[in-house]
Design a protein around this ligand. Sequence first.
Ligand SMILES: Nc1ncnc2c1ncn2[C@@H]1O[C@H](COP(=O)(O)OP(=O)(O)OP(=O)(O)O)[C@@H](O)[C@H]1O
Ligand SMILES: [Mg+2]
Length: 297
Amino acid sequence: MNQAKGLQRVVKDQALSMRNAAGSTGNACLPRVIAVTSGKGGVGKTNIVANAAVSLSRMGKRVIIIDADVGLANIDIIFNLRPEFNIRHVISSEKTLKEVMVQSKHGVRILPGGSGFSDLTRLGEGEKLNLLTEFETLSDQADIIFVDTGAGISSNVLYFNSACDECVVIATSEPTSITDAYAMMKVMSREYGTMYFKLIVNMVDSEADAKRVYASLSGALDKFLKNVVLEYVGYIPFDRQLQQAVQKRGLVLDNFPDSVSAQAINEIAAILGKRPIKNNSNGNLTFFMSKVFQTTT
Ligand SMILES: Nc1ncnc2c1ncn2[C@@H]1O[C@H](COP(=O)(O)OP(=O)(O)OP(=O)(O)O)[C@@H](O)[C@H]1O
Ligand SMILES: [Mg+2]
């Protein structure tokens, strides 16, 4: 075993002992790492992550968002922030994670991704260790870490989804969104053994429409992927006020707090904020990063 691998083992052992000390039921000190993902793009992931993060932070939770969207990373836009640095600067050891993270006026901390996350597959052992050690420092600073993973079944999206404790899939009632969400869960379960997903249905006219999307997805899972469990979390109505908030580079929670989408997101955040009964749990942030690296090596 080379030195780098040895060190990586040490970091993983530390994470394991923290997790064992926390007990099998989990510990409020360890953050839950929640991937928010979709098959099809443009279904509302970034808006849901940003608004739910603010809602949870108003409930007293410490929330961090990791912007792992390697496409048009835009979480900073709806928070109206202009981060100077991103994860790339941490990888290259120019900055620490704390220096790179930016904080919204609500107290939500954001780790900007830039295009840095797309390089994870190409990192050397030393660079991975550097990142792992940096992530370890975040473990006691958050209750919930959202990972905005971007859309699709490209390997980077899948790596992040598989490394998280929980995987929340966003779908709309469009047939392409439903088939792409199904494809995502199929690949995740077959290739990464992720068997438990949560569903949020966005941009629908009614709860009945949302339930139809859930019925269609869970029906397909029952038929073709029997061991995969999909839990319905809730729905967010189609709401022009959310779009107006985006136009203003803002959050619907700030701009239209009484809007139907803001109310729905608050309800969803309260549900997400509760500890899950079942998940794909791996314990904490170091586990998250070490799993990312395991899947990339
Ligand atoms: N509930 C909603 N009602 C109306 N419009 C919405 C709603 N949710 C999202 N949108 C619209 O969809 C657009 C895309 O949302 P968002 O950027 O959050 O999606 P995304 O899934 O993160 O996209 P990408 O896959 O490109 O990262 C928003 O700019 C907004 O105009
Ligand atoms: Mg997005």
